[in-house]
Design a protein around this ligand. Structure first.
Ligand SMILES: [Zn+2]
Length: 338
């Protein structure tokens, strides 16, 4: 335990040195921060999700004070476990409420990152009407406007692009959303996080990125643990895409540890992201329904990795360094050195 603490201290110091730039390169709901301030991060969680659909959702669906009362203790809980940042992956029309996120961040001291973008899976249930009629450029213009001028008149800016696609093959509407994300990335340098699942739509999306001249490292393959062929995951990792295993539950510990070791063995650990996809307050349910906290990784996965002999340095790679690389604001173009 003491050794682990000493290591954490030394490692944090090294990260501070390696991320020496003070430029705000990560965008949280309370403003830009330098890379070195991101710290230990949960890359895929949700504080509130409203599944009622784009035609019926809105701020009338929840009471901010009630949500804060319910959700705040879960943020304080991870703050005590030394988590500095939580990435909230709820997009617009699925319950994104950036003022709520800002208040929760200020009250808890946990940095929260929100997003721009649309969720095109489930036959467009979570898409606003204009997403069906506008071109990719027109949709992208809305997202770029959020990135440049703030979200819905607030002073909150998105820290990444959240999209989603159907499982396979990509339909026209999915393709358009991915193209809008590419256009937005080229303009803003925001990373594209795509709710994807299996390999087939992942590679279809990477192909679209390529058509736009965007490097795979601008892409987070979300819910990649749904793909059972680890060689497909390895192929995407070798291309440079981030591989997000983000649905951790205690019973998955062995599988996550095995995958960690596999990625390490193939020298692609720098592309691996782990998270819970947990939370979340559910409008319409009494007291927001059952809320799943964000501590299973700390309580089950980290000890399992340690028991498997994984070095602290490698554990910190996944929870500390990789989130910085994944969410730093940076245009990632093919064949271009930074
Ligand atoms: Zn999610």
């Amino acid at each position: 335990m003491i050794l682990r603490r000493l290591f954490i201290f030394t490692f944090s110091f090294l990260v501070l040195i390696s991320c020496s730039s003070d430029l705000p390169e990560i965008t949280t709901v309370t403003g830009g921060i330098p890379l070195k301030k991101m710290g230990k991060t949960l890359v895929h969680e949700h504080l509130l999700v409203d599944f009622i659909g784009a035609d019926s959702t809105g701020y009338h669906r929840w009471n901010k004070d009630e949500v804060i009362e319910k959700v705040l203790p879960y943020l304080i809980e991870i703050k005590k476990l030394n988590y500095k940042t939580l990435v909230d992956c709820t997009p617009a029309y699925l319950g994104r409420d950036v003022e709520l996120l800002k208040t929760l961040s200020e009250k808890s001291g946990v940095q929260i990152i929100t997003n721009t973008g649309y969720y095109s899976a489930y036959n467009g249930k979570f898409l606003p009407q204009h997403a069906f009629t506008e071109t990719a450029q027109e949709i992208a213009a809305r997202w770029i406007d959020e990135a440049k001028n703030g979200i819905e008149g607030t002073s909150v800016y998105p820290g990444f692009i959240k999209i989603s696609v159907e499982r396979a093959p990509l339909q026209d509407i999915n393709r358009k959303i991915v193209e809008a994300a590419c256009i937005t990335h080229l303009e803003t340098g925001l990373t594209i996080m795509s709710h994807t699942g299996p390999a087939e739509p992942a590679f279809e999306q990477l192909e679209i990125l390529q058509q736009y001249g965007i490097d795979p490292s601008a892409f987070i393959w979300t819910h990649a643990s749904d793909e059972r062929d680890i060689n497909q995951l390895l192929k995407a990792a070798k291309m440079g895409a981030f591989i997000s295993w983000d649905k951790f539950k205690p019973e998955d510990a062995e599988r996550y540890v095995e995958f960690f070791l596999f990625m390490k063995k193939h020298a692609v650990l720098h592309t691996l992201l782990f998270s819970h996809d947990a939370g979340w307050y559910k409008p319409g349910e009494p007291d927001g329904g059952d809320f799943r906290g964000f501590t299973d990784i700390e309580n089950y996965l980290i000890p399992a990795l340690e028991n498997a002999g994984v070095a602290q340095y490698d554990i910190f790679q996944v929870f500390f360094k990789n989130p910085v690389e994944a969410f730093r604001i940076k245009k990632r173009l093919i064949n271009e050195e930074e």
